[in-house]
Design a protein around this ligand. Sequence first.
Ligand code: SF4
Length: 528
Amino acid sequence: MGRGYRIVLTADRATMTDYSGLEALGFLLCIPYRLVPEPIARKLLAPKIRTSKAGEAIIAPYALRKIEASLLVSGFEKSDIVVTTPEALSRVIGPDTRIVAIHVLDPLGLAPVSYTVSSLMGGGDTWTKKFFLELISKIRKLKERYRFKVIAGGPGTWQLRYIFKNLGIDCLIHGEGEVVFPEICRLVLEDKEIPDEVDGGSVPLELIPTIRAPARAGLVQITRGCPRRCQFCNPTMFNFRSIPLDQIVEEIKVNKLAGFDHMGLVTEDGFMYGARGVSVNRDAIMKLIEIIKNQGVNADFTHVSISGVLQGKDIIPIYNEAFNHGPENPYFVQVGLESGSSRIIAKYMAGKPRPWKPEDWPWMVLEATEIMNENYWYQCYTLILGLPGEDEYDVVKTLELIKSMRRAKCWIFPLLFIPMGRSMLEHESFAPVKIFEKECYRELLFTCIEHNLEFSKKVLPLMLRGIRNSLTRRAVTKFLMMSIKAIERTKYEIKSNIYSVIERLSQVKFISPIDVFRALVMMRVLIR
Ligand code: SF4
């Protein structure tokens, strides 16, 4: 494409990758980059996505596929649009390029996992931030030459709010982009002014387009938004919609054609498919499972909720049978636990236990955990530490709950509270790492670490089976086992004097030339 595509859609390498076939590896990019040797980050955690001769990404993040589809249904020509990788930008941008749009997820490393991990590891830019800044630097150089407009959209736009102009970004799109982005593109192509910031709100169900080309990890959205309205969450989420079955089938076909035989069903809670309010719609979920199965593929919800599991527990064995889950093929699923304190649940997330009440939350967590584990569903639970007004009573309640889950097959990840831009708590402060001055927080962190180490050692091989390439799998296993051993060695110090650990970690630099060499040797040994 000598003169370049008119509209170029891209994302940084932390997003424009397939994480070697295991989405969970993306979380390791939330570690400060000085602690993860470059070859491991670039070759194993975020390998490049292949492109066609013309520079089109063979697969792409689901959100970019939706934006691409929104342009096509709005009447733009296919030949004007390209979804591409950071590496192929200079091939697809040229004098005809008018718009370069970036999908942003965690551009400054301020998302909950990045902020927490970076704070506990002595600070420093995460790989997510590094990859974003690399992309921006490349785009700015090309912009100087070709004078196109740069537009950014996606869940991470709040992080850029006060600096986007300095980064050379002309317009930020908050919220959902499928209606507003094509409108902005028209304005640019007609040489009209575009706003600095615009809110795409939530797109009406009938205007959500069907993807036209395959998405990374075979992702297919089944619900958008969430009816539970937690105060720390993005308000765009508050409009809940279930995607019609025929659209889901169309998207499965697109991914299947590209070779995916397992679909990631994008949802905040798979049990809410077809729901009105927060009551599980059993018939709608059964129909969904049946229709997916009829396509000859397996699938899994990306998230479920505690309340959903309790309401829909009789669906779980049917789900397992349909998608082949059992002892040898457990289902790893993300679930928000957030707190063991009913007081905190009532104050910030009263919708989470519905139709039950905040005071029911602790027994709900225990019962849902048991149900899931009995059915080989292993949770990746998140906790939020340091919500405004949280005190020792709340932390002790969470600690008691976690201790009573000692035998549960799950991970429990404590995350520091972040005041996500545009959420109801956006004017609050980030929870500082100094909350660990209090013994109850240290005890909670230690309990989670111990739990996670034990569980990780048991299930790592099962979990890492998702990595396609056996050599990559061995290298990642080695890297994770080394990390587990390092955490095991320091866990008691974390409990007694966490700040000395953080201080020591802040001095560590893995990415000296000698360490890069060591990492390469390690990979070579493993890959031989
Ligand atoms: S349950 Fe999850 S997705 Fe829904 S509002 Fe709460 S945090 Fe957001």
